[in-house]
Ligand binder design. Structure first.
Ligand code: TRP
Length: 364
C-alpha cells in the first residue's frame, strides 16, 4: 500500500526524466537480442509434399527474418502413433533433411530433436501437476478419438494411449521450455497453444510471479491453399499429393495425372477456377502468371500444355531442393551431427527454465 502511494507522488516524474535516456540506450544496445522467440514443432513424417512446403515449411522458415526462430522435430510425439522403430527413426531424419533442404539454416536458428532435450520431459512432469484432467478431456484430438469409438459402439477410450491423452502437456512443455512468445500453427493446433497459456497462468498464479512465459498462437493470416491432384486441398489423407523431393520424372508424371475437365483444346479456359493454374501461381512470378492466364483465356491451349508449364515452373524451384535433400540423406552421420549441435545449444536454455521452475516450486 505504502509502495503504491509512493509511486503516485511527484517523485517518479524526476525518475522518469532520468530513466528515459538509459532505457533508450539499453534498447538500442540489445535490440538484436530482444527479438521475440518463435517456436515451430515439426511432426515426423516421411513424405513431405508441396502442400506441406507452401502451407507450413516456407512460412515457418520466413519467421527467421523477424524472430529468434527455433525449430524442433517432435519425435516423442511421433512415438504415440509410430511403434515401429525403423519407421520412427527414418521419418524423423527424412523430415529433418526436408526442412534443411527447404532452406532451414542451422547456423542462424536453433534446430534440434525433442528427444535430445531431456529437460522437456522433466518440465512435462512438473506441468502435469498444474493441468486439470478436465482440460485434457476437452482436447480436440482426444475428443475426436472418443467420438469415433462411441460412433462405432466401442469402448470410448479404445486405442487411446496416455501419450495421446496428455499430448497437450508435452506440447506445452515443448513451447514453455524455450520461453516461446509465438507459436506458428494451423487452426487445428490453436487449442493446444491456448492450453499451454492456461497451464502457464496456473503456475504463475500459484507462485505469484512470472515463472514461465505465456505463449501465443501465431496463425498464418494468408497461408496458401494448395490444391491437390483432384482439386481438393492437398493432403495425405486424400491421396492427392505431389511429393516435394520426388525424382524429376516422377514429378512430371504426377503433375500429368492431375484431374481436368473435358474442355477441348480450342475452348477458352478460366485460370481462376483451375487447380493447375492455382498451383502454377505458387511457383511462377507475376509476369509468368499473367502470360499463362492470357493463354488460358485465348483458347487453343490444351490441359497437357498447362501441365507442362506447371511442371517446368515447379521443377525450377524443386530441382535444387531435391539435390540438397538427396545429398543430406546420403550422409546421415552429418545430419545427426547438425541435430546434435543444435541440441547442445538448446539444452542450456531448457535447463535454465526447469531450474527457475524448480526453484519457485521449492524443489531446489
Ligand atoms: N502438435 C503439432 C502438430 O501436430 C506438433 C507439435 C508438437 C508442436 N509440439 C509442438 C507444434 C510445439 C508447435 C509447438 O503439428
Amino acid at each position: 500500500m505504502l509502495y503504491t502511494q509512493t509511486i503516485s507522488c511527484p517523485i517518479p516524474y524526476s525518475l522518469f526524466t532520468f530513466s528515459v535516456p538509459f532505457t533508450l540506450r539499453f534498447q538500442t544496445a540489445t535490440l538484436s537480442t530482444m527479438k521475440e522467440i518463435s517456436l515451430t514443432g515439426i511432426k515426423p513424417t516421411g513424405d513431405l509434399h508441396i502442400g506441406n512446403y507452401f502451407g507450413a515449411i516456407k512460412p515457418a522458415l520466413e519467421l527467421a527474418k523477424t524472430y529468434d526462430a527455433r525449430y524442433f522435430i517432435a519425435d516423442y510425439h511421433g512415438l504415440n502413433t509410430m511403434k515401429d522403430p525403423a519407421e520412427l527413426s527414418s521419418t524423423a531424419r527424412h523430415v529433418a533433411a526436408g526442412w534443411l533442404a527447404a532452406g532451414l539454416d542451422p547456423e542462424k536458428v536453433l534446430f534440434y530433436r525433442q528427444s535430445a532435450i531431456p529437460e522437456v520431459f522433466e518440465l512435462t512432469v512438473m506441468l502435469t501437476a498444474f493441468t486439470s484432467k478436465g482440460m485434457m478431456n476437452r482436447a480436440h484430438a482426444y475428443k475426436a478419438a472418443v467420438q469415433d469409438n462411441t460412433d462405432k459402439g466401442d469402448d470410448p477410450d479404445a486405442g487411446v494411449n496416455m501419450g495421446l491423452f496428455t499430448y497437450p502437456i508435452l506440447m506445452a512443455a515443448d513451447i514453455i521450455i524455450f520461453d516461446s512468445d509465438v507459436v506458428p500453427v494451423g487452426k487445428d493446433q490453436v487449442q493446444h497453444i491456448e492450453m499451454a497459456a492456461d497451464i502457464v497462468q496456473s503456475v504463475n498464479a500459484n507462485y505469484g510471479k512470472p515463472v514461465l512465459k505465456i505463449p501465443r498462437a501465431g496463425v498464418q493470416p494468408d497461408s496458401a491453399v494448395v490444391p491437390g491432384l483432384d482439386g481438393r486441398k492437398m493432403s495425405k489423407s486424400y491421396n492427392n499429393t505431389i511429393p516435394l523431393f520426388a525424382p524429376e520424372n516422377t514429378l512430371k508424371k504426377t503433375i500429368m495425372r492431375m484431374l481436368t475437365n473435358s474442355q477441348t483444346v480450342e475452348e477458352p479456359k478460366d485460370p481462376d477456377t483451375c487447380q493447375i493454374f492455382q498451383l502454377y501461381r505458387l511457383f511462377a512470378n507475376k509476369e509468368e502468371q499473367a502470360a499463362l492466364a492470357a493463354h488460358y483465356r485465348a483458347g487453343g491451349m490444351g490441359w497437357g500444355m498447362a501441365k507442362e508449364e506447371l511442371f517446368l515452373a515447379a521443377n525450377r524451384l524443386l530441382a535444387p531442393m531435391r539435390e540438397r535433400y538427396n545429398a543430406i540423406m546420403a550422409d546421415i552421420p552429418a545430419l545427426d551431427k547438425i541435430l546434435e549441435q543444435g541440441a547442445e545449444k538448446a539444452r542450456p536454455i531448457a535447463a535454465a527454465t526447469v531450474k527457475r521452475f524448480r526453484k519457485a516450486a521449492g524443489i531446489d
